[in-house]
Write a protein that binds this ligand. Structure first.
Ligand code: ADP
Ligand code: ADP
Ligand code: MG
Ligand code: MG
Length: 544
């Protein structure tokens, strides 16, 4: 099955397995004889930022590599000449673009998805690299916008993931080229960094160029893009590029799980965001855990946690910049660190914990994914069980069962770790950055699964994450961490989403509105009428 409908599509939409034959006309590239096939391409447009959305293995990076000239399309054959490729696009909007690509008239720069590999090729300090890349004389603006000033003398070999990401985005923006392509620019970044990277991409690239962005954080994708293409299909088997939709409409269709222009059902149900009113009304009230002030010093860093409580059936979202003590707090709750002052409210309870950094060693006693999951839940392969349908299948773990844990990719390992944590029976669940490396579909699935587990068992979960759309989907209340990263962290008590987000967004100077159709949060354009109005009344997250 394709992971969407089981047999016959109950929606009367085209079933993804019954592709119309005409689709073969759209074949752009195939990796080897029986390899992954990509149908269609996103359409770059001058002056428009083109967003690309889709599951891991859908062909997003492949399409971007073709459009930047890194990969020459083969039309499904051993090799295709540029003239053949060009004639394929005759009469389409892409014709002129492909012609320029053939004629070498398009200069492109590509921020790759896997930054740790790219990093190995770099030498020197951040400042030296950015001076060298600066073809347009925008060094100062770029460095400031991406918060790299304090890193200019740092050797690039000593950068964290988030610092490396910002460096690469900055270097790409400095180039003077026709096409700027960003493959997953927000990985490793916190919310503030995501929004400033989005602003840099929108504001610091000259007009009249082509800009392409692949992104799984829907709030960021929404903010950066003018148009979006959805790439749907069967991950790892084939991907089909949808028509361009305006960004609001395209993301809404994605959330609703149905693409009308192609009459294509891409999910069996819509994702629902609660209204702010419903959320405030149905806040869980039964206190489940309480904590007094906690204090912890590690090296030069100190964390102070204000007293608070967690309620039965609630998900507490944890938000704050990198280096502010979120993981330190979680590690105190799971007993890995002892607070210098205060007691740990979870002591003696059964805990299930997905740490921020997952490694195969965590599961070293288990060989394959199947063996591991069997230890977690004996019945995990029961296709009628909630766990199989909503976790194993939605995360695509049913396709990884025979794989050795040691051989899993970062994203696969993350999915396994999240599934293990969700599958255990516990009194308190803790997830430290579960959406890292997951695609948008997997993030939504994990969000729904966390909500379900917490509500059906009447327990509590703490979830640290930087994806605000996922936070909005799952958190009943949020804990905001403020202070100076690396020096001092201060954790506020849990507050309603509205109050907490207000506190959080005020510091970032960003306002959100709600999409009328789906209820999802959307970033307001800076200085827009709504942005100015919401700031004036102090409502950064909701308009009433
Ligand atoms: P996405 O970026 O949407 O996650 P990719 O474009 O990277 O997807 O990959 C789509 C599919 O093509 C995947 O199944 C991947 O394994 C396969 N693929 C990617 N690159 C190659 C390659 N060089 N040779 C063979 N298969 C590849
Ligand atoms: P967050 O999860 O919010 O990104 P962390 O809780 O991981 O932040 O870290 C907060 C600060 O504490 C960081 O500056 C980090 O470098 C520091 N820190 C964390 N663990 C240790 C440790 N074992 N030794 C020294 N410093 C540490
Ligand atoms: Mg990719
Ligand atoms: Mg952390």
């Amino acid at each position: 099955g394709c992971g969407i409908c089981i047999k016959k599509c109950p929606f009367g939409a085209i079933h993804i397995e019954n592709l119309p034959e005409e689709i073969e006309d759209k074949l752009v590239h195939r990796y080897g004889e029986n390899g992954f096939a990509l149908y269609g391409l996103p359409i770059p447009k001058r002056n428009e930022v083109i967003g690309i959305i889709g599951r891991n293995g859908a062909g997003k990076s492949t399409s971007m590599k073709i459009l930047t000239g890194i990969l020459k399309p083969n039309l499904g054959k051993k090799e295709a000449s540029w003239d053949e490729v060009l004639s394929k696009f005759k009469g389409t909007e892409l014709f002129n673009y492909i012609k320029d690509l053939r004629d070498g008239k398009i200069r492109a720069v590509y921020k790759p998805q896997y930054i740790t590999q790219a990093a190995k090729l770099l030498k020197g300090t951040v400042g030296e690299l950015l001076k060298k890349a600066d073809e347009r004389g925008v060094f100062r603006e770029v460095v400031e916008q991406l918060n790299l000033t304090h890193l200019l003398n740092r050797d690039v070999r000593n950068l964290s993931g988030g610092e490396m990401q910002r460096l690469l985005i900055a270097a790409v923006i400095e180039k003077d080229v026709d096409v700027y392509a960003f493959d997953e620019p927000t990985a490793y970044l916190d919310v503030k960094e995501r929004l400033s990277a989005a602003r840099a991409i929108r504001n610091l690239i000259p007009r009249n160029r082509y800009v392409l962005v692949i992104e799984h954080d829907l709030a960021v994708l929404d903010y950066i893009s003018d148009l979006v293409h959805v790439i749907y299909g069967v991950p790892g088997v084939y991907g089909i590029v949808s028509q361009p939709y305006s960004v609001r409409v395209g993301i809404n269709h994605y959330i609703k799980g149905y693409l009308p222009s192609e009459n294509m059902r891409i999910r069996d149900r819509p994702i629902r965001f609660e209204t702010p009113e419903a959320r405030e009304k149905f806040l869980p009230t039964e206190v489940y855990l309480t904590w007094d002030r906690m204090f912890k010093r590690i090296g030069d860093f100190e964390l102070e946690v204000e007293p608070g409580d967690a309620r039965r059936g609630e998900v507490i979202g944890i938000l704050g910049p990198n280096g502010i003590g979120k993981t330190t707090f979680i590690r105190m709750l799971v007993g890995e660190l002892k607070p210098d002052e205060g007691f740990v409210p979870t002591e003696g309870l059964k805990l299930s914990y997905k740490p921020q950094y997952v490694s195969p060693e965590m599961f070293k006693r288990f060989g394959t994914v199947k063996e591991l999951l069997k230890r977690v839940r004996e019945d995990f392969l029961d296709t009628s069980s909630w766990y199989y349908v909503e976790v194993v299948k939605r995360l695509g773990l049913n396709k990884l069962l025979e794989k050795e844990i040691k051989g899993l990719s970062g994203g696969e390992l993350q999915k396994v770790a999240v599934a293990v944590a969700l599958g255990l029976d516990a009194d308190v669940y803790l997830f430290d950055e579960p959406s890292a490396f997951l695609d948008v579909e997997e993030r939504l699935a994990v969000g729904n699964a966390i909500r379900h587990v917490v509500e059906s068992k009447g327990v509590t979960a703490f979830v640290v994450d930087h994806d605000l759309v996922i936070m909005d989907l799952i958190a009943t209340r949020v804990m905001i961490f403020q202070g100076t990263p690396g020096k001092r962290g201060h954790a506020l008590p849990p507050m309603s989403l509205r109050r907490g987000m207000n506190e959080f967004l005020k510091e970032l100077g960003v306002t959100f509105r709600r999409d009328a159709e789906t209820g999802r949060p959307r970033v307001n354009k800076e200085g827009s009428r709504l942005d100015r109005y919401q700031k004036s009344i102090g409502e950064y997250y909701y308009t009433l």
